[in-house]
Design a protein around this ligand. Structure first.
Ligand SMILES: Nc1ncnc2c1ncn2[C@@H]1O[C@H](COP(=O)(O)OP(=O)(O)O)[C@@H](O)[C@H]1O
Ligand SMILES: [Mg+2]
Length: 337
């Protein structure tokens, strides 16, 4: 369970949602965009995680969330819709490495996402237990699983946007699971907000600091490379903005000479500042890490093929007659959700 430090207008334990279908137990964490609670599905009597849309600066009157601070009713409502869309999109996936979303709904002038409750710890918590870093083989094993899940997301034209050790959970059943997807993060009231609450320096590439810059699979790849950098060295890399100002990013091998050369090089390539020169696909990154074993590849393919509901286009309500891609190569270029 996460260490919860910031308390600002959280729902009190015992609060009911969706006509009593879910009961809130306690908060697990509060980020720039929402509050995550442990809860219970009262009908099935099983633990769930409930994420509430609650952007920083807003407050609560009774149980109702009120848009405030830099959020006006339009920006608040747009970001809330994006949050709901994210719930709908995530609900389409059925992969062990992607947190399962059961339900999403609006209430209290805000939105909620009900997810499976993962018993386990985040990779950030694991790092704390292991004196800050992991041995190469263990770190690569976790990254292979994250990469597998990320490849499925990318095939559906969906980006995570906030990959870092805090957003990867190691479940007690051995699954390595991506949580905390951040599509709503694109809706920021201003640039300063984006810098202070939506980005995690060290993991976010330079394109995420801009407003009109293009995102792509390479955006998540930078963050995945940074995450592996952190797992191996015990330090988050210097931020992209510092690098842009001339601060040098040490290679993994410069900090930890015992790490394999190909791993250090793969990370450096995933973290190239210029997006055109950066590693372009998760598969390429896993290949460079020598993680491209046939078992992994076939598992990824069968997961994606068997999941006929995995179709990011369907969530936008497009009819069959509208321009909907028939093959994987035809989605509109650079259109990411
Ligand atoms: N599905 C889940 N199961 C169990 N714990 C979770 C789950 N989702 C999130 N958490 C815990 O709550 C913390 C905060 O959730 P997260 O979705 O990362 O939101 P944020 O970082 O915006 O606060 C996570 O670091 C993790 O400890
Ligand atoms: Mg998080």
């Amino acid at each position: 369970m996460g260490v919860f430090t910031r308390v600002n207008g959280v729902l009190s334990p015992g609060s009911c949602l969706a006509s009593g279908e879910y009961r809130i137990k306690q908060p697990l964490g509060q980020g720039g965009f929402g509050i995550t609670y442990q809860g219970i599905d009262t009908r099935l009597n099983r633990a769930v995680a409930v994420k509430e849309f609650f952007p920083e600066g807003c407050w609560r009157e009774g149980s109702t969330v009120v848009s405030a601070g830099r959020w006006n009713s339009d920006t608040y409502s747009n970001a809330k819709q994006k949050f709901l869309l994210e719930g709908q999109t995530l609900g389409q996936f059925n992969h062990p490495g992607i947190v399962q979303v059961f339900y999403y709904f609006e209430e209290n002038n805000t939105a909620y996402m009900v997810m499976e409750y993962l018993r386990g710890k985040t990779l950030a918590e694991l790092l704390k237990e292991r004196q800050g870093k992991l041995p190469e083989a263990k770190a690569l094993k976790h990254i292979a699983q994250v990469g597998e899940a990320l490849e499925i997301l990318h095939q559906a034209q969906f980006l995570h946007r906030d990959i870092k050790p805090e957003n990867i959970m190691l479940a007690d059943d051995g699954r390595v699971v991506l949580i905390d997807f951040g599509a709503a993060r694109d809706f920021t009231a201003d640039c300063t907000t984006r810098y202070t609450t939506m980005l995690t320096p060290g993991y976010a590439p330079l394109e995420q600091y801009g407003r009109a810059l293009k995102y792509g699979a390479f955006t998540d790849i930078y963050a995945l490379g940074s995450t592996l950098y952190h797992l191996l060295t015990g330090e988050a890399p210097v931020s992209a903005i510092e690098r842009a100002a001339g601060v040098e990013l040490k290679t993994v091998q410069e900090i930890m000479p015992q790490i394999s050369t190909h791993v250090s090089k793969a990370i450096a390539k995933a973290m190239v500042m210029d997006v055109t020169k950066r590693t372009q696909s998760v598969r390429e990154f896993l290949d460079q890490l020598h993680l491209d074993n046939p078992i992994l590849t076939s598992k990824v393919k069968s997961a994606s093929l068997s999941n006929s509901r995995l179709d990011a286009w369907s969530v936008f309500g497009q009819t069959q007659s509208q321009a909907r891609p028939r093959s994987k190569s035809s989605p509109k270029k650079n259109q990411w959700f």
